[in-house]
Design a protein around this ligand. Structure first.
Ligand SMILES: [Zn+2]
Ligand SMILES: [Zn+2]
Length: 395
């Protein structure tokens, strides 16, 4: 094991695994994390960390070190997914149709482990750590309600970090990448209206089917012709519905789809681009087009200075592999915390091919190599200590 993880006390590691498995057995969906929040509270009580409830099932704990310093936020999400588990783990979900298939059980347990470790060395800990146990990451989103409840203030968080387990990275490694590390995931609904009629008399109707086909193709021009080829963008039409029967001209077609972007500037302009294309293609066919966009989480953008400095800090520890994995096009509401304070999303390797631990998050077969947990705890502790001491903060 690498030296940093070896600094974590064996009883802390043992308790982290127990807590992770207990949470794993009883997965709870967004804003229903009553049992999980109660467990978090009793664990914090056991080690003497002051805490409060926010955003229904969110819990905030504050650890003030023995020496004054800066304030670090550490965030863990707590919610599970509506998936029926088929991992084969002895501690698999006992709730049919619900599973910790994204590793949030491990995130919560590791943050509690970090709290234990920081409390153990509290006298020497310079600064303050705010522990953010967040509900509903998988939707509808617990980060914003927590922020609205004031968790970033009093004490004011100066830098914030989170871990996410990652099946692409081998156990023993962490992934720290500056800049955008995942995507905004926005949903759109597009309705094309024309005029129905007899399939044998298209000249007396306004046919929405060819208009819809042209619109789907034209929307691809945003990615192909309008946006820098080095930037990441996806425009996917996922559903298309319209029409009645083979010999009837369809008077309307409805489509739904997703926009994925990493660059906030590209995201901001996307709705207007899509509307311009949809309306003008529709006009060319004599139809009308109406676009509605439902905005999801913004992209997580790792603060470049903080992230580079923290990666450097982690590299100083012998035996740790600090990788720089590519961004993904998934969503993550940690983005809201990282909009308000410099933030870093750290990916924690959990892959172990020899043990068959290869399945991606959200899969019913998702598993974690628990040997990753000590390194995860150590990473959170290292972040709190280096922010607290002012080592990796700018200015
Ligand atoms: Zn997830
Ligand atoms: Zn997740």
């Amino acid at each position: 094991m690498e030296t940093l993880a070896r600094t974590i006390a064996p009883d802390v590691i043992e308790r982290t695994i127990e807590v992770r498995r207990a949470i794993h057995r009883h997965p709870e969906l967004g804003f229903e994390e009553e049992r999980t929040a109660a467990l978090v509270e009793s664990e914090l009580d056991a080690i003497g960390v002051e805490h409060r409830r926010v955003a229904k099932t969110g819990v905030v704990g504050v650890i003030r070190g023995g020496k004054p310093g800066h304030v670090a936020g550490l965030r863990a999400d707590m919610d599970a997914l509506p998936v029926t588990e088929r991992s084969g783990e002895p501690f698999a979900s006992e709730v049919p149709g619900k599973m910790h298939a994204c590793g949030h059980d491990a995130h919560t347990a590791m943050l509690l482990g970090a709290a234990r470790e920081l409390m153990r060395s509290r006298e020497d800990f310079q600064g303050t750590a705010v522990l953010l146990f967040q509900p509903a990451e998988e939707g509808p989103g617990g980060a914003l309600p927590m922020i609205e409840a004031g968790v970033m203030e009093n004490p004011k968080i100066e830098a914030v970090a989170m871990l996410h387990v990652d099946n692409r990275i081998d156990v023993g490694s962490v992934g720290i990448t500056p800049g955008p590390v995942n995507a905004a995931a926005d949903e759109f609904h597009l309705t094309i209206t024309g005029m129905g009629g007899h399939g044998a008399a298209p000249h007396r109707a306004l046919d929405t089917i060819p208009c819809a086909a042209a619109t789907v193709l034209a929307l691809q021009n945003i990615a192909a012709r309008e946006v820098d080829p080095l930037a990441s963008i996806v425009v996917t039409v996922g559903t298309i519905n319209g029409g009645y029967r083979n010999n009837i001209i369809a008077d309307s077609v409805k489509m739904t789809g997703t926009f994925r972007t990493q660059d906030p500037a590209i995201r901001d302009g996307l709705e207007a681009r899509a509307r311009r294309i949809a309306e003008n293609v529709a006009a060319a066919y004599g139809c009308k087009s109406q676009l509605e966009v439902f905005y999801g989480y913004p992209p997580v953008v790792n603060d470049v200075a903080l992230t580079e400095a923290f990666a450097e800090e982690m590299r100083r520890h012998e035996g740790i592999k600090v990788e720089r994995p590519a961004a993904t096009m998934g969503g993550e509401d940690f983005a809201y915390f990282a909009q308000r304070a410099p933030g870093v999303l750290v990916r924690l390797g959990i892959r172990n091919e020899a043990a068959g631990i290869v399945h991606s998050g959200h899969s019913p077969q998702f598993r974690i190599d628990e040997r990753a947990l000590p390194l995860g705890i150590a990473t959170l502790v290292a972040f709190a200590r280096s922010v607290g001491a002012g080592r990796i903060l700018e200015g």
